[in-house]
Design a protein around this ligand. Structure first.
Ligand SMILES: [Zn+2]
Length: 269
């Protein structure tokens, strides 16, 4: 148990640092090539790139130019590691755990990218969809598994697709619809739509409790010397477009993991 948590946690930190690279370079440069400081462009050494530890050791600043490093890097690494441990300690068979952590890594990448750009890169969405489809098939034992998994995706994506259609993409992005397919593959035709409903509730609660006071919190963080978001990150206001992907993913992970750990959810068979 301890060993398993350690192995999944350590892989989570490493994959998490790769997820940071993925987010940073999406649509800009290829994934190969050495990492450099975004401020001074100095190519970083291996000791500067150890997940979380380098950030803590360097006091959250670049070794060379002393500019602050975004908190996003250690947060993504820690978040990925925690999700990996969550999957690693679940009672799932090993093949589902491996597919599960892959989905988690893509979920982290999509969440962070959507927060910054209010767009979900198609490649990540499709990759998550394929992995979730295989996961759905393996998780089912009955002969009718394909029908069930496909039905799950259709039942989950249809409500969001309708919103997208009716509002001509104003209330809902097509990226969210694609993400809903992944959620449906993972959760099936009952828990899938339930997760979508929960995403709207979580979205409403978070918008009121966090996004309204967010400008004040960010201003305070900057005053005491923390840079919570990279430069150029959006400053959300209630008028601006709030990404829905993170809420879909949070809700999906919640319903999915409660299910995996055998914790029954109210209103759900
Ligand atoms: Zn630097």
């Amino acid at each position: 148990m301890v060993l398993e948590a350690f192995l999944f946690g350590a892989s989570g930190l490493i994959i998490g640092s790769f997820v940071n690279v993925l987010i940073l370079r999406e649509g800009k440069r290829d994934l190969m090539g050495r990492s450099a400081c975004p401020s001074c462009r100095t190519v970083l050494k291996v000791v500067d790139l150890v997940p979380v530890f380098s950030f803590v050791y360097l006091g959250g600043a670049c070794r060379y130019c002393k500019n602050r490093i975004s908190l996003q890097y250690p947060l993504v690494e820690i978040g990925t590691a925690l999700l990996f441990v969550l999957v690693g300690l679940s009672p799932l068979p090993i093949e589902l755990k491996i597919l599960g952590v892959l989905i988690m890594a893509l979920f982290v990448a999509i969440t962070v990218y959507d927060i910054y750009h209010t767009v979900i890169p198609d490649v990540w969405s499709y990759a998550a969809g394929v992995v979730a489809f295989v996961y759905g098939l393996l998780a089912m034992e009955e002969a009718s598994q394909i029908t069930y998994v496909v039905l799950g995706a259709l039942a989950t994506a249809t409500p969001l697709f309708s919103l997208w259609l009716v509002s001509r993409g104003k209330w809902m992005g097509l990226g969210d619809v694609k993400l809903a397919f992944t959620i449906g593959f993972l959760l099936g035709p009952i828990a899938g739509p339930f997760a979508i409903l929960c995403a709207f509730i979580i979205g409403a609660v978070v918008s009121v409790c966090i996004l309204l006071p967010l400008p004040v919190l960010l201003a305070y963080a900057e005053k005491i010397g923390i840079t919570p978001l990279s430069r150029g990150a959006p400053r959300f206001t209630m008028e601006s477009e709030v990404p829905f992907g993170p809420f879909l993913i949070a809700s999906c992970i919640l319903v999915w993991q409660l299910n995996v750990y055998g914790i029954s959810i109210p209103f759900l068979p």
